[in-house]
Design a protein around this ligand. Structure first.
Ligand code: GLA
Length: 383
C-alpha cells in the first residue's frame, strides 16, 4: 500500500482528509537487547513504514480502516473492550496511555509496506504513528520525548516489556545518519552513514514472531535477576551497562551459566556498538562486517534469541563473498537479518540464495534493501 493508495481509500470512504502522518520502520546496525539494560544501540529509520490519513470528527470514537487487509473497526473513546485483536490492541493501548489527554474522535485509514512480525518495528510504527496523528489532530503539542514515553507505555501495556530503541528512532531519526542512542541518559549523537557504495540489506527469514509469544520478556527478567545477584558484590551498579569485561571473573562465581552468558553478551555487545561507530566513522566496513558477525554469534550462543533460519542467513553473511557481515536484528526468534554488502546483490546471486534457502526450509526469504531515512513525518493533507 502506498501513500497514494491510502489517501485514495480515505477520500472514497470518508471524503477529504485533514492529517497525514508517516511512521517509518527501523533497522538497527548493532546493539541488540542492550536498550533495556541502559546500554547503547545504533539504529536508523528506513523508507518503509506506515501511513496514517485522518480527519477529526465530533463523535467520541475512532472509525478505522486497515487498508492492507480491508479490516474495519470502530473503537469508542474511553470504552473498554475485550474483543480487540491484532492491530486493534495497539490502538487500544494508545488510548489507555493517552487517557489523561483530551482524545479527539477520528476517521482514519492506515497502512503501508512494513512487513509484520519481521523485527522492523511494525508495532512501534503503528503505535507512534497513531500518537502523532492524535497529537496533530488534538493540538496537544507533545514534544518528541513525551511522544516516545507515551509510545513505550502503550507498547508495554500490550504485553512486551521492550526498551526504548524503536520509538526513539521513529521520532528522532535523520536521513543518512545512524543514531548512537545511550539508553541510560536517553540522549543521542548522530553518526553519518557515508557508505561509499556499500549497502545495508535486510533479509526476512519469513519466520514471523510476535514478541509476546517468545522468550523476550524472559530475557529481560533474566538480566534483572543477574543484576540483583551482581549488586551483592557491586552495590552501586544500577544496570548491566555499567559492568565491564574486567568484572566478569568475579561475576562468574555469582551466577549460573545461563545468567553469566546473558551478562557477558550484554557487556560485549555494548563494546561492539562503540567499535561499530569507530568503524563507520573511519569507513572501515570490513571491521563493521566482523562486528555484525560477532554480534550474531553472541545473540545465538550466549543470549539464545536466534533460530535456525536466522543462523543460516548469518552463516551466509559470514561466508558469501558479496557480504561483509550480517546478524539477526531486533528481538529475534524470527524476523530479519541485517547485512552489510560491498554492493547490491545481482539478480543471479539473489536467486541462488533463495534456491538454497528454499531447499533447506521449504519457503523463500525476502530481500529488503534499506536506506537511512528521516523519522516520523506529520502534516496537514495538501488536497
Ligand atoms: C525489540 C524491542 C526493542 C529492543 C529489541 C532488541 O525490537 O522492541 O526495544 O529491545 O527488541 O534489541
Amino acid at each position: 500500500m502506498t501513500r497514494t493508495d491510502i489517501l485514495h481509500i480515505f477520500q472514497k470512504e470518508f471524503g477529504p482528509s485533514e492529517f497525514l502522518v508517516f511512521a517509518p520502520g527501523r533497522a538497527n546496525i548493532i546493539g541488540e537487547h542492550t536498550d533495556y539494560n541502559d546500554g547503547y544501540v545504533l539504529p536508523f529509520a528506513i523508507g518503509q513504514g506506515v501511513w496514517f490519513v485522518a480527519r477529526k470528527t465530533a463523535e467520541p470514537r475512532l472509525d478505522i480502516i486497515a487498508s492492507n487487509t480491508g479490516e474495519r473497526a470502530v473503537m469508542e473513546l474511553n470504552g473498554e473492550s475485550m474483543t480487540d485483536f491484532g492491530w486493534q490492541k495497539f490502538f487500544r493501548q494508545v488510548l489507555v496511555a493517552c487517557q489523561q489527554l483530551p482524545v479527539p474522535g477520528l476517521q482514519l485509514v492506515f497502512g503501508g509496506d512494513l512487513p509484520i512480525g519481521a523485527g522492523i518495528s511494525s508495532s512501534s510504527a503503528i503505535t507512534c504513528g497513531l500518537i502523532e496523528t492524535l497529537n496533530l489532530a488534538a493540538g496537544w503539542q507533545l514534544n518528541s520525548g513525551e511522544m516516545v514515553s507515551t509510545a513505550v507505555i502503550a507498547e508495554t501495556g500490550y504485553g512486551v516489556r521492550g526498551g526504548i530503541m524503536d520509538q526513539y528512532t521513529i521520532f528522532n531519526a535523520k536521513q543518512n545518519q545512524a543514531i548512537l542512542l545511550d539508553c541510560r541518559s536517553n540522549t543521542h549523537d548522530f553518526v553519518p552513514l557515508e557508505l561509499g557504495g556499500h549497502q545495508f540489506l535486510l533479509i526476512n527469514t519469513n519466520v514471523k514472531h510476535n514478541l509476546i509469544h517468545t522468550d523476550y520478556n524472559n530475557r529481560r527478567a533474566e538480566c534483572e535477576r543477574a543484576l540483583t545477584s551482581i549488586k551483592s558484590l557491586y552495590p552501586n551498579v544500577v544496570s548491566l551497562r555499567e559492568l565491564d569485561q574486567n568484572m566478569l571473573p568475579q561475576i562468574k562465581d555469582l551466577l549460573d551459566k545461563t545468567l553469566y552468558n546473558r551478562v557477558a553478551f550484554v557487556i560485549e555487545e555494548n563494546q561492539r556498538v562503540l567499535q561499530a561507530v569507530e568503524a563507520l566513522t573511519s569507513q572501515n566496513f570490513d571491521l563493521l562486517g566482523q562486528l555484525l558477525n560477532q554480534s550474531h554469534k553472541g545473540l545465538s550462543d550466549l543470549y539464545n534469541v536466534s533460530c535456525q533460519e536466522l543462523d543460516w542467513l548469518a552463516e551466509l553473511a559470514e561466508n558469501h563473498p558479496g557480504f561483509l557481515g550480517g546478524r539477526m536484528m531486533g528481538g529475534g526468534f524470527g524476523g530479519c537479518t541485517i547485512n552489510i554488502l560491498h554492493q547490491p546483490l545481482s539478480q543471479e546471486e539473489t536467486e541462488l540464495i533463495t534456491r538454497d534457502y528454499i531447499r533447506e526450509f521449504g519457503f523463500a526469504p525476502t530481500f529488503i534493501p534499506i536506506v537511512p531515512e528521516n523519522g516520523i513525518i506529520a502534516r496537514l493533507t495538501e488536497d
